[in-house]
Design a protein around this ligand. Structure first.
Ligand SMILES: Nc1nc2c(c(=O)[nH]1)N[C@H]1C(S)=C(S)[C@@H](COP(=O)(O)OP(=O)(O)OC[C@H]3O[C@@H](n4cnc5c(=O)[nH]c(N)nc54)[C@H](O)[C@@H]3O)O[C@H]1N2
Ligand SMILES: Nc1nc2c(c(=O)[nH]1)N[C@H]1C(S)=C(S)[C@@H](COP(=O)(O)OP(=O)(O)OC[C@H]3O[C@@H](n4cnc5c(=O)[nH]c(N)nc54)[C@H](O)[C@@H]3O)O[C@H]1N2
Ligand SMILES: [Mo]
Length: 611
């Protein structure tokens, strides 16, 4: 819609000023705000309510965020696109559409209006589980609020209609005049702008397709769900070697059993990682890097998605290892892969920096006379990511322009501010960031309209009656890699299968008993936690667990192994528009697993055998 590049093109809720926050498929009290970087998520959410605003949460689980919200509605997993398009329908139907800052910048409004005509609240209600009058009321309240922001995250992304649901969020914001205004959703003005490093206009997908299942390329990437088949399917182009950069795909990507087999079969696997874990145990070479506490850091990506514009340098808090920094490992790997391994490290770094500087200077219109040679000469003393951050800070909106505005930001000033520098609230900048081929917001791109038929078909299909599985995060985890620290795993078992009281009664599951959960690709046995907080028909198991692997060296995690939910998620289930894996909304069957007296946390998978 906005033309990219990521992350500049993502509008962020202006949470500190909004009067109405519609949270759909996100749990910021636990996740701290994803694509909405902020300290103290609970405090900021409570503040919306305290100043007389509303927080409305749409989620199949009554989450920690829902508990502090003004309103919570259960929604059936995977149906958000229908719910959001019914809101958009209502906006048109009741004459509530206003474009605000987007006036004159929108292309395709009439096509959207025509496309949503059939997505009435009545047609969505039975599918998503939210009554038509409630959908209408939320649409009216959102449109009437002094300011409002619709915020979707994993629940609207890693599901069957992720592209359409994400489109729906953007439409709701834009069509109520809440795009690019205080209290609505706004684009950040980061101190170190990443977009000046990218070339070109527009955001294209599908320039090429993945080899085996023909998934569309997106920004040069193909979906993780293709990883297993690309490694395991023989033929021209079969992947036989991989480099993993700090990722644990045999726990984090769909169909782990397939991935276990795939990674074990590679001719060559290199992992940059500090753990020997479920994935890196398959590596031929592991390149360790220091812990985050030993690395200096500037959050260049997350500050581009922050609810206020801020800049902060984090110093390492300790220095124990003498192994190379992560950036040095990446740099040296890149040099070798580019055939430049013989070049001294410093020369390769200069080569990379010059390329980035050429791009940045070409785009830095606000500093007349600035040249690449000047930037290189000014920053001659530093190297690595620090030099790149300094260039971006000095060229960026608050920068000193390499002396042209002496009171502007430099890296030294940022470093000197122990608690960082607050550069103020978000400010309107739609016209600056809009980067589509047409120069307009492309509301009705074929990517969206072409997927509506699939949604319609799904809405009119007979309900299958299956239970569906969703995920869950908790405060003391970060995906799969925080479970080897005693302080973060002690206490009660968090890797439980949550089941609604209604379903538990129906299936015959007691709290603390065990259940077998089976999907198309696998089966696990998990301890049951009966709860009032889940929508009937939905079960929830967190991801990142399943550490019961003999060759891993995670002794603490092994003792708190838990169950790997990605033995159940299906590599063949993806949002067809984008190829993104369906991690939430996996059809499963649930049955009691009789083992009187204690809960089991073993993992059984047909393909991988008993674990
Ligand atoms: N403590 C902690 N913080 C984290 C992480 C972590 O592992 N632990 N991970 C980080 C990462 S990598 C990310 S990407 C972010 C994610 O940030 P969030 O997206 O905020 O995190 P989730 O807890 O996955 O929230 C997704 C919500 O969607 C709901 N949901 C599931 N299916 C559906 C659906 O079909 N529709 C709707 N409307 N809701 C649905 C779930 O119940 C859940 O409440 O968190 C980051 N922060
Ligand atoms: N079912 C289900 N699956 C999911 C999700 C879900 O909600 N449900 N969430 C998805 C999401 S949003 C994401 S982002 C992915 C995450 O998926 P991954 O990125 O694969 O998972 P992590 O556990 O974050 O893996 C991080 C790896 O980096 C290593 N590591 C961490 N910090 C450092 C460091 O500072 N230095 C070095 N050298 N190594 C380090 C760890 O040892 C670990 O191997 O999982 C996805 N998978
Ligand atoms: Mo993530």
């Amino acid at each position: 819609m906005f033309g990219g590049p990521f992350p500049t093109c993502i509008p962020v809720p202006d949470i500190d000023r909004t009067r109405y926050l519609l949270i759909i498929g996100a749990n910021p009290v636990i996740s701290h705000g994803s694509l909405m970087t902020m300290p103290d998520a609970p405090g900021r959410l409570k503040a919306v309510v305290e100043r007389g605003g509303k927080v409305v949460v749409i989620d199949p689980r009554r989450t920690e965020t829902a508990r502090i919200a003004t309103e919570h509605q259960f929604i059936r997993p995977g149906t958000d696109a229908a719910f959001l398009l019914a809101i958009v329908h209502t906006l048109f139907d009741e004459g509530l559409v206003k474009l605000g800052a987007a006036e004159g910048l929108v292309d395709g409004l009439e096509s959207v209006k025509a496309a949503v005509r059939e997505f009435t609240p009545e047609s969505a209600a039975g599918f998503c589980g939210i009554a038509a009058p409630v959908i209408r009321r939320i649409a009216r309240e959102f449109a009437a609020a002094e300011s409002a922001a619709c915020y979707g995250r994993l629940g609207t992304c890693v599901q069957e209609f992720g592209t359409l649901a994400s489109w729906g969020c953007d439409l709701v914001n834009l069509l109520t005049g809440n795009l690019d205004r205080p209290g609505g959703v706004m684009f950040t003005t980061p101190a170190a702008p990443l977009d000046i490093l990218s070339k070109g206009k527009g955001f294209r997908i599908g320039r090429w397709k993945s080899r085996v299942s023909g998934q569309p390329e997106v920004s040069g990437m193909i979906p993780s769900s293709t990883m297993g088949e690309e490694i395991l399917t023989p033929g021209d182009g079969q992947v036989r070697a991989m480099v993993l950069l700090m990722t644990n795909p045999v726990r984090s990507a769909a169909n782990s059993a397939q991935l276990e087999q795939a990674f074990a079969s590679l001719d060559f696997l290199v992992a940059v990682d500090f753990y020997i874990n479920e994935t890196t145990r398959h590596a031929h070479i592991i390149l360790p890097t220091p812990s985050p506490a030993e690395e200096p850091n500037y959050e260049i990506g997350l500050y581009s998605l922050s609810v206020r514009n801020v800049a902060k340098w984090s110093w390492p808090v300790e220095s124990r290892t003498d192994c190379p920094h992560a950036w040095e490992v990446f740099s040296q790997l890149s040099a070798r892969l580019m055939g430049a391994g013989a070049l001294p490290a410093r020369d390769f770094d200069d080569f990379v920096f010059r390329q980035l500087a050429e791009g940045a200077v070409a785009k830095a219109k606000s500093w007349p006379g600035l040249t690449v040679e000047e930037v290189i000469a000014e920053l001659g003393g530093s190297f690595g990511p620090e030099r790149i951050v300094e260039m971006l800070l000095r060229i960026g909106s608050y920068g000193d322009g390499f002396g042209r505005r002496p009171d502007g930001l430099t890296l030294a000033k940022v470093k000197a501010a122990a608690h960082g520098i607050d550069l103020g609230p978000l400010r309107p900048r739609l016209r600056e960031i809009l980067n589509t081929q047409s120069g307009m917001i492309e509301l009705s791109a074929p990517l969206f309209l072409n997927d509506l038929g699939r949604l319609r078909a799904r809405m009119s299909a007979q309900a299958c009656g299956d239970m569906v599985l969703i995920g869950r995060r908790d405060l003391r985890c970060s995906n799969s890699f925080m479970h080897n620290l005693p302080a973060l795993v002690k206490g009660r078992d968090r890797c439980t299968l949550q089941v609604s009281r209604h379903d538990a009664g129906r299936i015959g599951l007691a709290d603390g008993s065990s259940a077998r959960v089976t999907s198309r690709v696998g089966s696990v046995i998990a301890p049951v936690e009966v709860t009032e907080d889940l929508m009937p028909g939905v079960v929830s198991l967190p991801h990142g667990w399943g550490h019961d692997v003999e060759e891993s060296r995670l002794s603490v995690a092994k003792a708190h192994a838990g169950v790997n939910t990605n033995f159940l998620t299906d590599d063949r289930a993806y949002d067809q528009a984008s190829g993104t894996s369906v991690l939430f909304g996996t059809p499963v069957t649930i049955e009691p697993f009789a083992r009187p007296g204690r809960a089991e946390a073993a993992t059984v998978s047909p393909e991988a055998g008993a674990k």
